[in-house]
Design a protein around this ligand. Structure first.
Ligand code: AMP
Length: 210
């Protein structure tokens, strides 16, 4: 299964991605997580990405696309993958299409999680993230997954959330029509319980050829 997840920040893509990746036995490739791991490790890539991430802007395509291209060459991604957070603009979607044509491995589906702006803002502003494992949580002092310290991501602060939503509307939302035109788009509501959303996503994806 070669799958792309699209949806506004805070729609729960990361949480759903983990369940879907396990269900389909494919690696979960999240560009935001790769950037954050690089920031934490103080790598050159992390330093290049930091200023864009802290402002809620997209990291330039020249940096992001190379990072994903090398990740997709790793052995675990050769038979399928779940991309979470890339492509995030039409130029990136074109790069992915060209890659898949070259490898003769077309995408199976693009799953869109939709959520109203008010719910996005409420979720993001109360979200905390684990410094150790990256899991999201709400209203707790320690990470419920691993017990690590939780913090508020710089880009989950109110002023940056507003910018991320603008960036989503201007740059990312156009890829939804792009994939609808390609006949690949499946839309699922991201409102409701985590379990119900996972069940709707799996049911919608079970109708897709693999
Ligand atoms: P996320 O965890 O997916 O919300 O990503 C956090 C931040 O990483 C974004 O706000 C961007 O600054 C950067 N980022 C993640 N994916 C991409 C991408 N596909 N293109 C450009 N920047 C990205």
């Amino acid at each position: 299964m070669r799958l792309v997840l699209v949806g506004p920040p805070g729609a729960g893509k990361g949480t759903q991605a983990q369940f879907l990746a396990a269900h389909f036995s494919i690696p979960h490739i999240a560009t935001g997580d790769i950037f954050r791991a690089n920031l934490k490790a103080g790598t050159e890539l992390g330093n290049q990405a930091r200023e864009f991430m802290d402002r809620g802007e997209l990291v330039p395509d020249s940096i992001t696309n190379n990072m994903v291209a090398s990740r997709l060459e790793e052995p675990d991604a050769l038979n399928g993958f779940l991309l979470d957070g890339w492509p995030r603009n039409v130029a990136q979607a074109e790069v992915l299409r060209a890659m898949m044509i070259e490898k003769k491995t077309p995408l199976n589906a693009v799953l869109e999680f939709s959520l109203a702006d008010e719910e996005i803002i409420a979720r993001l502003s109360s979200r905390r993230t684990c410094r150790d494992c990256g899991a999201p949580s709400v209203g707790v002092d320690k990470c419920p997954t691993c017990g690590g310290e939780v913090y508020q991501r710089e880009d989950d602060k109110a002023e940056v959330i507003a910018r991320r939503l603008e960036v989503y509307a201007e740059q990312t939302a156009p890829i939804i029509s792009f994939y609808r035109n390609e006949g690949l788009l499946i839309s699922v509501s991201a409102s409701g319980s985590v379990e119900d959303i996972t069940a709707s996503a799996i049911s919608a994806l079970s109708r897709v050829a693999q």
